[in-house]
Design a protein around this ligand. Sequence first.
Ligand SMILES: N[C@@H](CCC[C@H](N)C(=O)O)C(=O)O
Length: 281
Amino acid sequence: MAEITLRKYHGLGNDYLIYDPNRNACELQERQVEALCRRNLGVGADGILYGPFFDGDKMRVRIFNPDGSEAEKSGNGIRIFSKYLKDMGYVTEESYVLHTKAGETRVTFLNEQGDLMRVDMGYPEFVAKEIPVVGFEGEIVNEAIFFGDNFYNATCVSLGNPNCVLMLEEVSQKKAMQLGPYVENSRYFPNRINMQLCQVLDRENIQIEIYERGAGYTYASGTGACAAAAASHKMGFVGDRVTVHMHGGELLVEFARDGRIDMTGPVVYIGSITLAEQFFA
Ligand SMILES: N[C@@H](CCC[C@H](N)C(=O)O)C(=O)O
């Protein structure tokens, strides 16, 4: 079997492996995604970025969760993949467009090394059927919904991928890990959902804890940070510039006049990995 090499990066502790089909002959399958992402028996990661694929002049990446499911979008994933594209010489411009299952995203490098980026995350979508959420009509903003043990004030929002933001007086990792599986797998969400517990600190700062679809508890999430900021913005709790504090660090989320969202944050390169020949055997 030909040698398989991957690179590993993280965005605020949200770690991803990059599997480049242009450098590896073996096609990536669901079973291999799971095996690679396993923390103790594999390389360990919150997901895999599979690409770049080229359709004419379009550059595309596929985003996989550790359970092998495919996600439409990932905010940290987009920044991480952009840093990879720059490191490997695929992208030389200061600003370029990357395609994911959720459509196109413009990324702007803010420094020479390409480890700080601004990403145009598009418009948040609150309408139930677009997220999707079943059993509700119209927008779901601050609705009392029962999950696991209680009613929670929930706002559902798509950033290309589905998110459910629960507003709380105080958030904790323990609460996210306890409640996450109930929300992720609730009957209201036919495609499952990413959950954010959100505490408003003041008009410019929110604190969130995250439980991701297909991944579980993570240190940070780009789409999760934008979803929580969008929910807080929609309810008038914050202004147009919000710092989102997470276990792994901070992201800046900014709202344009028309509601469009920009996310700014860093990426760190961890290293490259050559798999043992028998790893997929
Ligand atoms: N970590 C991500 C989100 C990854 C995808 C998510 N688990 C999903 O299934 O939608 C981010 O930084 O946005």
